[in-house]
Structures are given as C-alpha cells and as structure tokens.
Design a protein around this ligand. Structure first.
Ligand code: AGP
Length: 609
C-alpha cells in the first residue's frame, strides 16, 4: 500500500511533490522518490528510508516543477532499497505505482526476451518497460500506455510521465485508489485526498478502468476499454475537509490528535442522523420492501473495523432483534458464503479501499444482498460500489492506528440500530428517545474520559518492559479488549492478546505469571460479577491487573491499577472503555521510542490482499 502523487501546472515546485508525499507517508514509508521536469529535462531522485532521507538528497534551493511524480513505498515485491524505490524509469518513461501487478513475472520474461534490461526486483518496473516497448514499436506515448495497461493483471494506481512529452501527465486506476485534484491552472492526482487538500477541495474520484490525461490546460478522463470520455464536471466532488484536518495542530503525533478528536468525530457522525433515526433507512436508499423482507444482517470488516462490527452485532441485536452475523473480510470472501434472501450486508471500513473488504462486499452484492458501507472517505471505492453509504464524519484519519474512526463507526452502528429498531417496531419512541439522549451525552463523556491521560502516561512507564499483555472482557467489553490488544501490538510491537474473559479457564490462564500485565475491561453490567471472578483468578496467580471500570469502589484492594471511566448505558460503554486503551497503547509506544504514526511493517490502508 503505497502513496503516489502527481502534479502538472504553472506554479508548482518540487515542494508540491514532497509535501504531497509527506501527507501520504502513512500509507507506506520504507522508501521514497520523485521524478520531474523543470524545463531543462527530467530529474529523478529516490532512496531507501523515510521521506526525510529523500529530502536530504534533493536539490536545494527547491527547483520549479512543471510536471512531476512522487512515491512513498510499502514494499510488496523487492526489499526496501533505492533500486526498488519508485519512480521506475526506462527510456525517459517514468512510473510510480500503488498496487500489485500479478502477472509481472510473465511480462518480465517476455520483455527480457525482447532485450529489455531490468534493474529492480519489483513488479512495478514492468510498467515503464512495457510502455517503452510499445513506443519502440512506433506507438504514441498515450497509445503505448493504453496498450501496456491492457496487458496488466492485478491492481494498480499509476502515475506516468515521459521526458519527450513534458506537456502531459497520465494517471490510471484499477483496484487501487486515485483521486484527481482540480486547482486553478494546476492539476494533481494522489492516492488519497490529504495529499492535495492544501491546493484544492475539488476532486474527481477515478474509477477502475479510467485513464486521466493531465495538461496545464486541464484534465480529461476516459474509459480505457471503451475510449468513452467521462464528463469531468459531472464527476467533480467538493470535499468538506480543510487542510488543518490533515495536520498535527500542535500534537506530537496524529494518533494522539485523533484520540482527542473523538468527541467531535462522534458528534459530527451522529449529528443530523440522530434527529430523525426513523428516516435513516429511507435516506440511505433502503427500500421499504428491503426493510420488511429483512431477515438477517451480515457485517464484514478487517482489523479495528471488525471490532466495531463485533460491537455492532450486540447493539443491533439488542435494539432491533435482527440476527446479525459478523466475519473477517478475508475469510468471508473466500468461503463462498450463503447469502439468504432478506440479507442486509454491511461493510465497515475507514478507508473504503481495503482489498478484502471490497472483495467481500462484491461477493455479497453479486449474491443478491443489499449492500451498505459504513465508511469515512467520500468517493472511496466502497462508497461507490455499495448500494447505500452511511458515512462516519471523523475527518481524515492519518495515524495508522485507527482511533476516531473506530468510535465513529460504533456511533453509526448505534444510529443504524435505532433506525432498525424503530422501523421494525421493536423500539418504542420513548425507548428510542432515551437511547438517543444517552448517545448524545457520549461526546461529553469521552471528553471526560480523556482526562485520564496523565495517569495513563505514568502507568505506561511501568509497562514498557513487559514481555506480553493479556486484555480481557466479556460481552461488549470483549471486542474492546481485542481492540486494546491490537492498538498495543501495532503501536509498540509488544505481544498482546485479547480474550473473552470467560475463556480464561480454557487455556489462557496458563499464561498468567508473576507480574504479567492483564488489562480487564469491566464496566458495571450484567457480566460484572463474573468478570470480577476472572480478576480474582488472575490475581491469585500473580498477574498485574489493570481494571478499566465505571465502578472502582468494589475493585480497590483487588486490582493493581484502576482507570475510571464515566458510567453510561451498558450498550454504550465501549465508547468510554476503549479510550484508556488507546492512550495506553500510544504512551507505551512513545515511551518505547516507536514511530506511532508510521509503525513498522504497517500501512494505513491495506489496498492489496
Ligand atoms: C487499525 O488500527 C489498523 N490500522 C487496521 O486494523 C485497520 O483497522 C484495518 O486495516 C481496516 O482498515 P479499514 O477500516 O480502512 O478497512
């Protein structure tokens, strides 16, 4: 999952590309490169390491750039190295690529037989080589691009420029995200909106099979197969994000900023939806017949979004009494799922570009389900392919570890459950109003929960040398425990396991030894007493129990640390109990010197399988 950026125009500089890459670095950061034309020919710089390594080898002062490409890499084929970094260039054709060319070996051997010499281990290098081979056979630059991409299989977002055609730039999309930005006399494309947001908020979200030609005079998009030109003005979307949303604004890391943005993100997400939850389903384009015929809901997601799906199951079954199945997207898509009539399929995805989630959504749609996506990115693939879209309004989430998107997803699920419960007569208006008012209090309670920050930071100091963690919870606290374990794993690289507390005696209790940190999510609910028993079992074996609870009174003397959160309806406790776990992961990661915004081996959006 890499980040690509392209620019053509009259007023650009190399900084335009570098700043774009900086805002895409969360997508991949093991190597980076730029290529550009400045009126005196083509210059290319690339290196292993993060963007700052690239910046150290770039010309100073920053040169004017009339047309250029940039790339920040998350290696799929070929180790992170300068040779394998993008752009890849041959015969004056330079290409940056996000995705995987699945048939690159076959293409590479054909091209080598034609006399082409490869220098990298990457799949991406076949693209400029293929274009060059067609130009050598007499095709124009544009025709050579079309001939080359016709032979590619796999996923790709490509930026392509040619030394001999400095007046144009090409972008192609199939399976990997690509947005085109429309400035005033300057035109851009990038893997994600934040890269271009400082220059424009007018975007075109390219679709699979689209080829975009960019010149100083504007952009033209056509369907590669049919050759039909796509009317640009009909595809232009104004995005209501502002550049500051993609900046740290005084926080040390995006992750911490986004943890603190959660009260606003939740409020913005439920915003106007909560005024009339009963009308939500119609507003989502879900027909009355679909609602009447509704027999089952299937929720599918990955990672943190899957934990939101787990919470969604509890809340929707509780409020709407509809059976809900959940599944990990990479499992669902490959098991040839049975999709009965009357199934509402819900994908939960922050990016809207997660390859497995998209594939699962396509499988369900092909099998006849009505598909609804809960998504945070306007114009992303998931939102364009689903029948209905329920946006989270978290704003751009830059930190690789998802935080505000997670609580916003849970917020959307709560409103959806309300709507379903009302429409199916399982919730009275009074019950719905009560739940609505409790939900509207959540942003304020999250704000209050965040006041635990300094206590958690101090607590983190005593944990940074632990050789492992266990996170436990029952009911709605089980997915919260899983989420806390995932946050800690991905940010601090420490082993952490989330488990249903009721499973302890079925194996995990063997892990308990002197001093092992065990984080127990234990709000007062119908499972509170049972979880207290698990705490006793852990303490009896020397474990170090950190309890996250809204009822500390009963725990004093029984646990080692207590993190108190405000009380709320048991269905809404995850909004509050997850906050200390996010902060704990953040501070353990920071204190261990980890790069919490760009953790090793990870990327923000898993757009490849
Ligand atoms: C969460 O902290 C991770 N970055 C990851 O698990 C993420 O939630 C997962 O990749 C799903 O991404 P999506 O929501 O964009 O589909």
């Amino acid at each position: 999952m890499c980040g690509i950026v392209g620019y053509i125009g009259k007023s650009g500089s190399l900084q335009t590309l570098v700043d774009g890459l900086k805002r895409l670095e969360y997508r991949g950061y093991d190597s980076a490169g730029v290529v550009y034309q400045n009126g005196n020919g083509m210059e290319l710089y690339k290196t292993k390491g993060k963007l700052k390594e690239l910046q150290s080898i770039l010309p100073n002062p920053v040169p004017v750039v009339k047309v250029g490409l940039g790339h920040t890499r998350w290696a799929t084929h070929g180790i992170p190295s300068s040779i394998n970094a993008h752009p890849h260039s041959i015969d004056g054709i330079a290409v940056v690529h996000n995705g995987i060319i699945e048939n690159y070996r076959e293409l590479k051997s054909c091209l080598i037989e034609e006399g082409h010499e490869f220098v990298s281990e990457t799949d991406s290098e076949v693209v400029p080589q293929l274009i060059s081979s067609y130009i050598r056979k007499g095709l124009s630059f544009r025709e050579a691009i079309k001939a080359a991409i016709a032979r590619l299989r796999g996923s790709y977002a490509l930026g392509i420029l040619s030394k001999s055609n400095p007046e144009m730039l090409f972008a192609v999309r199939k399976g990997s995200p690509l947005v085109v930005g429309l400035g005033e006399g300057d035109f851009y494309f990038a893997s994600d909106i934040p890269a271009i947001l400082p220059y424009t908020n007018r975007f075109i979200f390219m679709e699979d099979g689209h080829l975009c030609t960019l010149t100083e005079d504007g952009v033209e998009i056509c369907n590669v197969d049919s050759g039909i030109t796509i009317p640009v003005d009909q595809k232009t979307v104004e995005v209501d994000w502002v550049p500051a949303m993609a900046e740290k604004n005084g926080f040390d890391h995006f992750m911490l900023k986004e943890i603190h943005e959660q009260p606003h993100a939740i409020m913005d997400t439920i915003g106007e939806l909560i005024e009339n939850p009963r009308g939500l389903l119609e507003n989502l384009g879900i027909s009355t017949k679909t609602i009447i015929d509704l027999r089952k809901i299937q929720i599918v997601a990955c990672g943190t979004s899957y934990h939101a799906a787990m919470i969604g199951r509890y809340i929707i079954e509780n409020l709407a009494h509809i059976p809900v199945d959940i599944d990990i997207a990479s499992e669902y898509r490959h098991r040839d799922p049975i999709v009965e009539n009357g199934t509402l399929f819900i994908s939960i995805t922050q990016s809207g570009e997660t390859a497995d989630t998209l594939a699962a959504q396509r499988v369900a749609k092909e099998k006849g389900a009505w598909t609804l996506t809960i998504c945070n990115v306007v114009g992303s693939t998931s939102t364009r392919e689903a029948h209905s879209v329920l946006y989270t309004r978290a704003g751009p989430e830059i930190g690789v570890a998802s935080t505000k998107a997670f609580t916003s997803q849970v917020a959307d699920v709560c409103v959806l459950a309300l709507a379903l419960g009302l429409r199916r007569g399982r919730l009275s208006f009074r019950e719905a109003d009560t739940f609505k008012n409790l939900l509207l209090k959540i942003p304020g309670l999250v704000e209050k929960t965040l006041k635990n920050e300094s206590k958690i930071k101090d607590m983190a100091r005593s944990l940074i040398y632990s050789h492992g963690f266990l996170f436990l919870g029952r009911g709605l606290s089980y997915p919260v425990a899983l989420e806390g374990a995932l946050k800690l794993k991905e940010i601090s690289y420490m082993h952490a396991e989330g488990y249903p507390a009721g499973e302890m005696k079925h194996g995990p209790i063997a892990l308990i030894e002197e001093g092992l940190p065990v984080v127990v999510v234990v709000p007062v609910d119908e499972l509170y007493e049972k979880t207290l028993s698990n705490i006793e079992e852990v303490k009896a074996r020397g474990g170090k129990v950190i309890a996250v609870t809204d009822e500390p009174g009963c725990l004093h003397g029984k646990v080692d640390e207590i993190i108190e959160v405000p009380s709320t309806h048991s269905s809404l406790s995850p909004f509050l109990t997850v906050i200390p776990l996010q902060l704990l992961a953040y501070y353990v990661g920071v204190l261990r010197g980890c790069d919490v915004d760009q953790p090793r081996n990870l990327a923000k959006s898993v757009t490849v399988e």
